[in-house]
Design a protein around this ligand. Structure first.
Ligand code: ADP
Ligand code: ZN
Length: 292
């Protein structure tokens, strides 16, 4: 039995798996305080017996069992936190860790290999609390020597955020994450409407309010421009979009439409995550299952 976790800035999902099949799935909101993390993880794993290994997909980059966030505004205590040791304190079994978008890239890559002619070169992009990415090149997941590979949310965009905010929690200015993440959209929407508005509500307002539609459209164009740059660097066959914002109604179509207007050669297919919100869980299940 393998237990898998997918730790995001907003939610933590867990699955009990056996031989590549999910027996049970659980989900709880992510906590904002360090001291609440161990109880949260313990309650997600509670009652699961016969676990031989834990696979963890997590936001941030992973180095030797520790997690670090690039954007310190998202999880403040992801500053070298020994997550592997914390989990081993809950359940004394081997713990295999990977960045969440890297795991999702692997899950989506494998889902396409089942067709027989899946792509060799694929990028997964999650538009969620933040923006992350994972790259499979020549059938291999690229994690990088520092675990950082794919963090495209912190590449500055030539688009400007609609509320004028330019300072990112990573220390840089003008990052894509300020414009097109769930947090970024909520911040811009709240500034536009003069009251708190999260990204789910923004999407529900898009058909009635041109201002809401404009924010989403602008975000989709900024994402498409970033993806065109990634395609030029890597020559991708497919770009897979996931995360709750990426999977929100009409977002994929807006990104596809914006991408079609960018004159890049040999444009890749842009598709939705086949595993939906569980791309990270699926990926870490296979990754951890295959690791010794
Ligand atoms: P995580 O970042 O924890 O992996 P998600 O992929 O669910 O989690 O992304 C969370 C972000 O997506 C939050 O900013 C949330 O407000 C936003 N969100 C959640 N559901 C929707 C929705 N249906 N439409 C648009 N945005 C959503
Ligand atoms: Zn940044």
């Amino acid at each position: 039995m393998l237990a898998t976790l997918d730790i995001g800035g907003t939610k933590v999902a867990a699955a009990l798996t056996q031989g590549g099949r999910v027996l049970e799935r659980r989900q709880l909101p992510m906590v904002s305080q360090r001291e609440d993390l161990t109880p949260l993880l313990a309650s997600l794993l509670q009652g699961w017996t016969g676990i031989q290994k834990i696979g963890v997909a997590t936001t941030g980059y992973v180095q030797q069992g520790r997690v670090f966030s690039v954007n310190h505004d998202i999880i403040g205590f992801w500053n070298g936190l020994p997550l592997q040791e914390i989990l081993r304190g809950i359940m004394d079994v081997p713990v295999v860790m990977l960045n969440d978008a890297q795991a999702a890239a692997w899950g989506e890559y494998l889902a396409r290999q089942q067709d027989g002619n899946g792509p060799a070169d694929l990028m997964f992009v999650t538009l969620s609390t933040g923006i992350g990415g994972g790259v499979v090149l020549n059938h291999r997941l690229r994690t990088g020597q520092s675990g950082l590979a794919g963090h495209i949310g912190h590449i500055p965009s030539h688009f400007r955020s609609c509320d004028g905010e330019s300072q990112c929690g990573c220390g840089q200015t003008g990052c894509l994450e300020l414009i097109a993440s769930g947090t970024g959209l909520a911040r811009q929407a709240s500034a536009l409407f003069g009251e708190a508005c999260d990204s789910r509500r923004l999407f529900s307002l898009a058909s009635q309010l041109p201002g809401a539609e404009h924010l989403i459209q602008h975000a989709a164009e900024a994402v498409a421009a970033m993806l065109a740059g990634q395609h030029l660097a890597l020559d991708l066959q497919e770009i897979v979009i996931g995360g709750s914002v990426g999977l929100a109604p009409g977002m994929l179509e807006r990104i596809q439409h914006a991408f079609r207007r960018i004159p890049v050669p040999a444009p890749p297919r842009i598709s939705a995550a086949r595993c939906g919100a569980d791309a990270g869980l699926a990926g870490i299940m296979h990754w951890a299952g295959a690791s010794s």
